[in-house]
Design a protein around this ligand. Structure first.
Ligand code: BES
Ligand code: MN
Ligand code: ZN
Length: 488
């Protein structure tokens, strides 16, 4: 499926289905006036006998003489239309089209003045929702759908002012699809080795990109004890993947993104319960997100220098696995008492955060499906941002609103740090039940002293359920953050 901008008026659009958004309180839509009389008459009749009133989510399909479908979609009263409603309505419409025989759809939902959503944001939301709804996972199905019955073209109405917003959203969508593929791909195939190969292909297929992969042997020599402790229970050897993109002058410090890449999290010796353990294939979604943001940044040729760090590791129970009670020396030299082998994300991230600092980044952001507690705190609507750097949370919040990929802040106050105290090492790897998301952040903060740094827990947003799978969140937010930084 491909995304295209269109500046054609509706009556000149040849898509199989054309979708028009109508308000309940104003049906003076610019497009309708240009349609042929017969279809205008039908529309007026529907309004008159209240078949269609423009209420939120209402849909009605009319047919032009040439067979083209004209779908009217209710957007409620203009002042009641929220970004969420516009996103959800678009998603619903395109999901239905993707399940029909339509091959092309043109969306004219948002090319009008909204009271609560600005034109750029509306263009992005519609583009992102459409791409999301059209995504199909087919990588491990032997029966691929017959393409002739599938939606393969989506047009999004733009004008000179919103064309750039469309371009940005289409770039994000490309990154999001990469993230969703990696997230959904099963853990027997999506191994550390596969992730390294995937990243290598990205670097080799694009200009200004570079790849470096640290082997287990190299990491051992370097002393990445915390990462290797998690890795030692698995026959799939770990990798440290470092993707670089040089879109700005060499003397500009890079932005560093770090993503948790646990390709499967059994919990290790602190074994997880069996129910829904399959969902721990998504425990590499932090890695998938930073790779997706990288893909988007490269696609958009952003004028930034970007470095993406992915520790790719599998957490398994085994005769060689690390155990509760072990004391491990991290790459930073700080020692960690392992009290739960299921708190493995922070173990691989702490060594990666230490390593990332060697490249003198302007800012470091890590993303991780780090704690179940985050799902309890914020549910599936917002990722949690933790930072001690002034202004950084506000940058993510703004980027999240621009793309409807929202985040919310949790405090990283020092009062939580003492929950990590232990008699047997510099710290333990769990902080107990209270504020589990924050104490995980506190743990990471001990490895980013003096840095501009933020930690984003994406446990609640990275995947939805077994049916929908990986969401590609928060790639849109993250890419928008990079776009905003490239302009600053
Ligand atoms: N990957 C999990 C976190 C997770 C669990 C995310 C369920 C989404 C859904 C992480 O490695 C983990 O197991 N965390 C533990 C930490 C605890 C042992 C301190 C958790 O959240 O239970
Ligand atoms: Mn775990
Ligand atoms: Zn995990």
């Amino acid at each position: 499926m491909t995304l295209h901008p269109t500046q054609n008026p509706i009556h000149q659009n040849n898509a199989d289905q054309v979708v028009i958004g109508l308000f309940a309180d104003d049906n003076n839509n610019q497009h309708i006036a240009h349609l042929d009389d017969a279809i205008q008459q039908q529309i007026n009749d529907r309004f008159k006998n209240k078949d269609f009133t423009g209420q939120s989510g209402q849909q009605i399909t009319l047919y032009r003489d040439n067979g083209q479908q004209i779908m009217l979609v209710g957007l409620n009263n203009n002042d009641k239309l929220s970004a969420t409603a516009l996103y959800d309505t678009t998603h619903k419409v395109v999901a239905a089209a993707a399940g029909s025989r339509c091959q092309s759809v043109a969306l004219y939902l948002h090319d009008q003045d909204f009271k609560n959503i600005d034109a750029d944001q509306a263009t992005k939301l519609v583009t992102l929702a459409a791409s999301h709804a059209a995504y199909r996972y087919e990588d491990t199905k032997s029966f691929k759908k017959n393409n002739s019955h599938e939606l393969d073209r989506i047009e999004v109405a733009t004008n000179d002012a919103t064309a750039e917003a469309f371009r940005l959203a289409a770039g994000m969508a490309k990154g999001i699809n990469a993230t969703r593929h990696l997230g959904n791909y099963p853990p027997n195939l999506c191994t550390p080795k596969y992730m390294a190969q995937y990243a290598t292909d990205i670097a080799h297929n694009n200009d200004d990109c570079d790849i470096d992969i640290l082997s287990k042997k190299t990491m051992k020599k370097m002393g990445m004890g915390a990462l290797l402790a998690v890795a030692q229970g698995s026959h799939n050897k770990p990798r440290m993947i470092v993707l670089s993109y040089n879109g700005a002058d060499d003397d500009r410090d890079p932005i560093a993104l770090v993503g948790k890449g646990i390709t499967f999290d059994t919990g290790g010796i602190s074994l997880k319960p069996g129910a829904n353990m399959d969902e721990m294939k998504y425990d590499m979604c932090g890695a998938a997100s930073v790779i997706g943001a990288f893909v988007a940044a490269v696609e958009l040729k952003l004028p930034i220098n970007l470095k993406v760090f992915v520790p790719a590791v599998e957490n398994m129970p085994d005769g060689k696995a690390y155990r509760p009670g072990d004391v491990i020396t991290s790459y930073s030299g700080q020692t960690i008492e392992v009290l739960n082998t299921d708190a493995e994300g922070r173990m691989i991230l702490c060594d990666t955060l230490t390593y990332a600092q060697e490249f003198k980044p302007e800012v470091i952001v890590d993303l991780a499906t780090l704690t179940g507690a985050c799902v309890v705190a914020l549910g599936h609507n917002a990722a949690a941002v933790m930072t001690k750097t002034d202004g950084l949370y506000e940058e993510f919040k703004a980027a999240g609103e621009q793309t409807h990929d929202r985040v919310w802040e949790l405090p990283l106050w020092d009062v939580y740090q003492k929950q990590l105290d232990t008699s047997f090492a510099d710290m333990k790897n769990i902080g107990g039940a209270p504020a589990g998301t924050i104490t995980a952040g506190c743990f990471l903060s001990r490895f980013t002293e003096g840095q501009k740094w933020a930690h984003i827990d994406i446990a609640g947003v990275a995947w939805k359920d077994k049916k929908e799978g990986a969401t590609g969140r928060p790639v849109a937010m993250l890419t928008q953050y990079l776009i905003n930084k490239s302009r600053a």
